[in-house]
Structures are given as C-alpha cells and as structure tokens.
Write a protein that binds this ligand. Structure first.
Ligand SMILES: [Zn+2]
Ligand SMILES: [Zn+2]
Length: 737
C-alpha cells in the first residue's frame, strides 16, 4: 500500500492535504511536488506534520490521489517552512497563502530549458550546390562553437532567413550553449575608508558576529546614526564577514529607488553586482534570480520586503536598512511586517539581524532598550550609535518658519523668508532642495460657481490634478480622467479652481521666481520610469541642477555634495489624519529630509509650519531626537498604544452598504469579552468607500500580555461571509485608512 504524505499547496487553505506517494518516488519534507487539486495540477511543498483533518476519519491511503512528480528544485529548508508557519500564525493568513509568498515565481521551480545554439553539421561544407550566402555562414562557424542564430547571421553578414533555412535543411544542427560564468567576488573586498567611530562600530559588530552568530546563532543589532554617519560602511563589514564565512547575506530596503545606488556601491566593494529582488525585475529576471539564490549561487541579495521569502540555502545575515520605514509593512494580501519577519527569519536561521536607521521606529528603540526608561524587553540586543558625521560635518541647522506670521504672498506657497533663503543660495551658486510630500498639481479642485468638488467615483477621496499629464487622478484606486474645462455639476465653463499645492504647482512658482535657475521635479510617478529618476539624481549630485523639488522619494539615501539649503514647504502635512504613528512618521521623514543638507558643506533647513509648538516641530528645531522619543513614548504609554498595547484592525467591505453594516455589527456583538481587550466600532473607515466598496472598521486594543492572534482566531477565522463581503484582518496595522 502506498504511503500518504502531507502536501501544502499555495492556495488560501489552512492545512496541508494528504496525497499518496507512488512506490517509485521518494520525497522529504520541503520537496516541491506536482499534485492534482480539483480539476487542476498545482505545485505544492511536502510538509512535515501529518495533516490535520477537522472532522471524520482519515481518508484511506488507497483513495488518496497520487503525487504526480517531484520537481527538480532544492527542497524548502526547515527554517523557511517554520517561517511560513510563523507568518500564518501571526497574521492569521491561511497557511497556503503564506506558502505562496515563497513560491511566488512558479517558473523558477523548474530548471530553465538549456539554451541552444547552432553549429555546422558534419560534412555540411561538402554539400553540392551551396549558395554564396550559405558558404559564408559555414565559414563563419569554422570554430565549431555553438552560437545563437542572430549572432551567426551577423557574423556571416547574411539575413536571419538564411540561417533558419540552413537549420531546416540540416546543414546547421543544435548544440547547447555554454553557461555564462559568474564574475568572481574579490578575494579581498576593496577597503572602505572608515572614520575612527565607524571603525570601532564595525569592529564591535564583527566581533559580536564572530563570537556567536557567525558560529551559528541569532543576534540582533541596531545601527543608529545621523544621515551621512556611514551606517552602510559599517554594515558592509558585516556583509564581508558573512561572505568570508561562506554564507549568504540579504539586505532589505524599503524602496526600489534606493536599490540602484546600493547595488553600485556593493559592486564597487565586492567586485560583482549583488542580485536585486523587487517588483520591477520582470518575469525572466525573477525566475533567474530565484533559482540562482536557491542554488546558493548569489552570495548577496538586495531587495524589497518580498526578498524575505527567498529560499536561501545558507543565509548568514539579514540587514534591514531604513528599518523604521512604513513601507516594510505589506497592506494587501498577507498583511505582514517585513522588519518583524526579518528578525523572525534570522532567529529561525540562527543568523544575525541588523536593523539600520537614523531614526529607529519607536517600537524598535523601545524593544532594544535604546530609550531612557524603556524596558529593553526580551534581552533584545545591542545598539551601535554612530555619532559623528563622516568627514566631520554636523547636522544642519534646522529652523521653523511660522506661517501664521511669515505668510506666503497670495497664490504662492513659499514664505518670504524661505524665498529670501532660496534667492541667496542660488546667488551663491549652491544647491537647494524643496520638499513637499504631495504628488501632482493640486490635491483638490472645486467649482467657483456651485462649490462642487471633484471626487473619485469609486472612493471617498478627491481627485488630484496632475497638470503635466493633463489628468485628474485618484491616488487611492488609480482612477483617472482627462482634465475638465467645465464643472460636471453645473456646467459652468472655466470655473474650476485648483486648491492647495502639489509639487507641480510648486515647480511653477519656483520657475516664475527664478526663470534662469535649473529646476527639476522628482516624484514617484515620474512618467519616464526609474531610469529617469536615477538620471535626475545623478544630475543633482553632479551639480547640473540648482534646485530640486520632490516628494518623499528625495528624502533618503541620496548624497548631494553641493546642497546647502533644504526647504520643507508643508511641515504639517503628515500630522493631519491623527493616526497612531503620524507624529513619529513625520518626525522621521523630516529628520531624513533635513539630513540631505550640508553633508559636505554646512547647510540649513527651513520648515514651514502652522504648528510651531507641536512636539515634532520643537524636537526638530532643537535637534533633539531623544526628547521626541521620550515624549512620544510617554504618550503611547498613557494611551495603552503600541508598544504598550497591541492593535488589530478588522475591515468589512462590500458593494452593499447595509450588508456591510449588518455584518460589522454582528462581528462587534460577537467580540470576545476578555479583560484587557477593548473593541472599538464598527465605524465607517476614513476611506469609507474604496474601489467601489463600502468599508466599516473595528479596532481591537489589547494589553501587551495578551496573545492577540490567539484571541482573534476563533472570532474571525472561518467565518462565512454573505454575498461579496470581505473581512480583512490586520494584526499590528500601520494604515488607519
Ligand atoms: Zn459647478
Ligand atoms: Zn479612487
């Protein structure tokens, strides 16, 4: 009788299914196999635990469907399988959905078909009646090395059709092309010039790794230092130590825009480019990278949060750069946090994790015991502070512009004092940067005649005018339409007014004030794509621009030597909306933007604000990060908010508002009544309509000692939802829309 084997398939299911193992097949847990599933064939992973069937007797092995075949790919190792289980446990996502994060590139699970070239057939030259073109081809192939058809045509100076015809006639025969050899890593990475402080930090870091973690153990380190302090240089040393120990290193970054720069830097240092992993890689690139990583052929991988799920065979180090960045949190699908999972994977792999930031997340700082008065829970790890800037320059001087007194002239967005500072900077031949975290021309358009506001038909949101593209766009669902010349409500022609500034409008103001200045605009929706973004950043670095205007894409990582003035046009923008981390995020963002100034020369930063007394503004103006952390932490403690409590957001959505309301109310009624747990709502979500679906929200607030996923599981898992309703559960939410 055949054995039964549990197989987990990458579909939204909570447990593996049993399959029969044919007598001629051997599998071990983690092996990737093809199995019949309903009418289809799917690729799944052989799982460890016997599958648990909710009810009834196990299916007799004779009635199980058989595993079809084992794929020619390395098995998923135990740490990765445990990570999949961990993801499902902490996010409440189905186990199969967590597996799908790992098997994101099905094409990579099979070896690629060998690439085939052509050589001349034995005795082809002796064929009677060969045309001149065919003779040229045979002459070009004299060395018997297989080549691609296009290359043969080019070498011989003939058309592609000639080569094809010769292959059909058997004059040319296929032969596998040789594999491209990898560039070797430099035996000795090129040295990095480290300041004494950096050298000491690097030594401390590598000593720590050599003592325990590199010998096979988990350890957590936070590297903290002002922008430009040389945090990358320090963790490069840890990467080098990891490679020297024969293991792989993973570096996670929050944004693709930062990847190119870091890839270059690593290539300079290690003599060959690391593998990149992000959404713009393309299908072929993903397939190639996934497989090479699985086979241990890529020692260094630099990627977005999804790189966490790559099948490294010898993972020896995980670095989370810009660890405080909110984009490590995935909002759709399985709502996981990349930083938390990076730490979890390091634990499972028995390797060190390094978190890097100029402004660590409050939760990280607290967990590491980095903040005065904070507990430093679970003996977390160590913090390396890099105080001085590389080259000795100081953090720039940060000043507030009180917009209530220093008002921009009518129709403008730059206060007189900021204008004067820009004027002086440009006159001195130095560079300036203006930061406004708002894409497009204007966030709101209304009709002067009837007051009608242009809204997205699918969302409770305004349409944003993008004048460069002549479009009105919804930033939530992507809806777009051509700009209007009349009001859609009352028909008045030319009565629509754009309200508020976006970066495009700011660029218009700047060009009007300084027509001779070389001005550029940089936003994430740059129509020309990432190549154009890199070109603009280079132009700024090489001082081919005088003034750069941008959204948060300009906030991090970039080094502009001639930049001496940073103007923040709306310092209050991120503070509105009142979500849990609004103040923290705005502080981190503005701190980073400020850090762009004066990295080579003394620089200054001017922040326009209507709230000069706000703790974020006060802390920035005083350059006092510690005070901000302490105040923010105290506030969170009083409110029982993270890290002093845990949250979960439950969002019920659907096209039928009464049905959405009914179900949300039912959920609230059936909420677990447990001391230390409060359930707020249901209430309409701030985005009460999104992509045509109505949204009602419940917020669970639990004391820190409560196992929140365990509390939620019996309440929300396996619920039948009427009609098209969906229930989205987000444990530790970052978005409060
Ligand atoms: Zn109107
Ligand atoms: Zn929309």
């Amino acid at each position: 009788m055949a054995n039964s084997v549990p197989v987990l398939v990458p579909l939204p299911l909570d447990a593996p299914f049993d399959y029969a193992l044919p007598a001629d097949l051997e599998v071990v847990p983690g092996d990737l196999v093809e199995v019949p599933f309903g009418p289809r064939q799917v690729i799944g992973a052989v799982w460890d635990a016997p599958s648990t069937r909710a009810a009834g007797a196990p299916v007799p092995a004779a009635r199980l469907k058989p595993i079809q075949r084992r794929l020619d790919a390395p098995p998923l190792r135990p740490p990765l399988r445990r990570l999949i289980e961990h993801v499902a446990a902490v996010t409440l996502a189905p186990l199969g959905a967590a597996l799908k994060l790992v098997l994101s590139v099905p094409a990579a699970l099979e070896p690629p078909p060998p690439k085939v070239g052509l050589v001349s057939a034995e005795g082809a030259g002796a064929t009677a009646g060969l045309s001149a073109a065919r003779r040229k081809v045979l002459a070009a192939l004299g060395d018997r090395r297989p080549r691609r058809p296009a290359e043969i045509a080019r070498l011989a100076g003939v058309g592609a059709a000639v080569v094809q015809a010769m292959a059909r006639a058997g004059l040319l025969v296929p032969l596998p092309l040789p594999e491209r050899a990898d560039d070797a890593l430099l035996a000795e990475p090129s040295p990095v010039a480290l300041s004494p402080a950096q050298a000491e930090a690097a030594r401390a870091l590598c000593d720590g790794l050599a003592g325990g973690p590199l010998a096979g153990g988990y350890g957590l380190t936070l590297i903290e230092g002002v922008p430009g302090a040389g945090k990358t240089e320090v963790y490069l040393e840890a990467v080098a130590a990891t490679l020297a120990a024969g293991r792989q290193a993973l570096i996670l970054l929050p944004e693709i825009a930062l990847t190119a720069q870091l890839l270059e830097r690593f290539e300079r240092h290690f003599g060959r480019p690391p593998a990149a992993w992000h959404s713009e890689l393309g299908a072929a690139g993903r397939r190639r990278s996934w497989r090479r990583i699985a086979l241990g052929q890529e020692p260094i991988v630099i990627g977005a949060r999804s790189a966490l799920f790559l099948p490294f065979p010898e993972l020896g180090l995980i670095v989370v750069d810009e660890e405080h960045d909110a984009s490590f949190k995935q909002e759709d699908g399985v709502p996981y946090h990349g930083r938390d999972l990076a730490v979890a994977r390091a634990r499972l792999e028995g390797c060190p994790a390094i978190l890097v930031s100029a402004t660590p997340a409050l939760e990280t700082a607290w967990r590491m015991g980095r903040i005065e008065g904070a507990a430093g829970s679970e003996g977390a790890g160590k913090t390396l502070l890099l105080p001085a800037r590389h080259g000795g320059s100081a953090l720039p001087d940060i000043r507030l512009i009180d917009l209530r007194r220093d008002r921009p002239p009518r129709g403008g967005w730059l206060a007189p004092s900021l204008r004067a500072a820009l004027e002086a900077t440009l006159a001195a031949g130095e560079q300036a940067l203006l930061f406004l975290n708002r894409r497009g021309f204007a966030p709101l358009t209304l009709c002067r005649a009837c007051g009608h506001r242009l809204r997205c038909p699918n969302c409770s949101a305004w349409l944003v005018t993008h004048r460069l593209r002549h479009r009105l766009v919804c930033h939530h669902c992507g809806y777009g339409r051509a700009e209007l010349d009349h009001c859609p409500s009352c028909g008045t022609v030319d009565g629509l007014v754009a309200c508020g500034p976006g970066v495009e409008r700011l660029a218009e103001e700047v060009r009007g004030l300084w027509p001779a200045a070389r001005v550029a605009l940089l936003t994430s929706d740059q129509p020309a794509g990432p190549g154009a973004v890199a070109a603009l950043l280079r132009a700024m670095r090489d001082h081919e621009l005088d003034l750069l205007i941008g959204t948060q894409i300009i906030a991090k990582g970039h080094h502009f030597p001639a930049l001496t003035l940073v103007g923040v046009v709306d310092g209050d923008l991120g503070l509105s909306g009142g979500d849990l981390r609004a103040a923290e995020r705005q502080f981190q963002l503005l701190y980073q933007v400020a850090g762009r100034a004066g990295r080579a020369h003394p620089g200054r930063v001017l922040i326009q604000t209507h709230l000069p007394d706000h703790p974020v503004m006060q802390a920035l103006a005083a350059g006092d990060k510690e005070r901000f952390y302490a105040e923010e932490l105290a506030e969170r403690r009083d409110a029982g908010m993270p890290p002093f409590g845990r949250l979960a957001a439950l969002i019920v959505s659907g096209r039928d508002l009464p049905a959405v309301r009914r179900f949300a109310a039912l959920l609230a009624r059936e909420a677990p009544a447990v001391p230390g747990v409060r359930v707020l709502g249901p209430a309409p979500a701030p985005l009460a309509l999104l992509r045509g679906r109505y949204r009602q929200r419940l917020l669970v607030i639990a004391a820190p000692e409560i196992d929140l996923p365990a509390l939620l599981r019996p309440w929300v898992k396996g619920r039948r939802l009427p009609g098209d309703l969906r229930l989205q559960v987000d444990v530790d939410p970052y978005s409060f829309l």
